[in-house]
Design a protein around this ligand. Structure first.
Ligand code: UT7
Length: 328
């Protein structure tokens, strides 16, 4: 049976660095609190004139160059984002136009928050396997700074802006590339992490702006507990489905939300931290961009070699979650 492989990876993070020290001048917080509670030291913030699609395009150009594939050859383009350029149309359409992806390509966004990249990857994988499409561009891109409440110290210290992208192609060899994925969601926990206003439930109004309803609201403790539980379960299930034990996984790339969540996941799975990729100290939580950004860094740092088994694990608002197993 043929396989779907990641033929190229790319990422982009905006130039502007916002440190914990900078934040301590904006809200009542400290570098010590942020670092010990989250593991974050600094994050990147997009320029005012940089939209989500601009970050996505830069990551995509890097992934296309890595794959040695031209934008004109892409026939499926999916952008996972929780901070689209506009509510309508999809950010994927802006990206298509800026990149020069042809008009016959299928282009759309996925809304699955921090699990969005793994959701989009699963769709791309399935569509390529059916032979309906030949080359897919899968992007996770976020300008979370545009939906962050910079007066709320419980959330504004966590998030950052970035984008990551992969190019998927099909190859005749079996048992390489994406080996499988397991995705899920539990809407019971939807209110633990959400943006209250700006949708059909609470359209934009003067009151919604005064109430700061267009920014992320989060019950951090509840999200923390759910994250540790669902990430461990879905990662374990993925390994069991493929008859794998944790020592066979060369690298775990978890969603980069909080070092304590990542360490709890590693301890519960019995995977040593030197086989878990962490870069949230430099980028914070970049939602759907976090896994492809980490994957790109890990590969360029020589942490991913041909034949390696990698487990990507995510959770996010929804509560969505997922794990994807890849043989490089
Ligand atoms: O992609 C998914 C996105 N979300 C997440 O992954 C979030 C998951 N949750 C977390 O990462 C953690 O719950 C946080 C980092 C958000 C918070 O850490 P925590 O250990 O759960 O702290 P807490 O919410 O229990 O707050 C402890 C104290 C509180 O004060 P009191 O009530 O003990 O007096 C907070 O008011 O820390 C206070 N606090 C802060 N202090 C300084 C909350 N935020 C800050 C802050 N600086 N930025």
């Amino acid at each position: 049976m043929a396989s779907v492989i990641i033929a190229g990876v790319g990422s982009y993070a905006p130039e502007k660095v916002l440190t914990n020290h900078d934040l301590s001048k904006m809200v009542d917080t400290s570098d010590e609190w942020i670092y010990t509670r989250s593991g974050i030291r600094e994050r990147r913030i997009a320029a005012d004139d940089e939209a989500c699609s601009d970050l996505a395009v830069k990551a995509a150009q890097s992934a296309l160059a890595d794959a040695k594939i031209n934008a004109s050859e892409i026939d499926l383009l999916i952008v996972a984002t929780a901070s689209p350029d506009t509510p309508l149309p999809s950010t994927a359409c802006y990206v298509q136009h800026k990149l020069g992806v042809p008009a016959h390509a299928t282009c759309f966004d996925i809304a699955a928050a921090c699990s969005g990249f793994l959701y989009a990857l699963e769709i791309g994988y399935g569509q390529l396997l059916t032979n309906r499409y030949k080359r897919a561009l899968i992007i996770g891109a976020e300008k979370l700074s545009s939906v962050t409440d910079w007066k709320d110290r419980t959330t504004c210290v966590l998030f950052g802006d970035a984008a990551g992208a992969v190019v998927l192609t099909k190859v005749p060899q079996p048992n390489i590339g994406i080996l499988g994925s397991d995705l899920g969601a539990d809407g019971e926990f939807a209110d633990n992490l959400y943006i209250p206003a700006g949708g059909s439930k609470c359209p934009a109004s003067q009151k919604s702006v005064e109430d700061r309803g267009h920014f992320i609201r989060m019950n951090g403790r509840e999200v923390f507990k759910s994250a540790v539980r669902v990430m461990e379960t879905v990662a374990r299930e993925m390994m069991e489905q493929h008859n794998l034990t944790p020592d066979q996984i060369s690298l775990v790339i978890p969603h980069q939300a909080n070092i304590r969540i990542i360490e709890a996941l590693a301890a519960n799975l019995k995977v040593p931290m030197d086989r878990v990729y962490v870069n949230l100290d430099r980028y914070g939580n970049t939602s759907s961009a976090s896994i492809p950004l980490a994957l790109d860094e890990a590969r360029r740092a020589g942490r991913v070699k041909p034949g390696d088994l990698m487990l990507l694990v995510a959770f996010g608002a929804g509560l969505t979650y997922g794990a994807t197993l890849i043989r490089w």
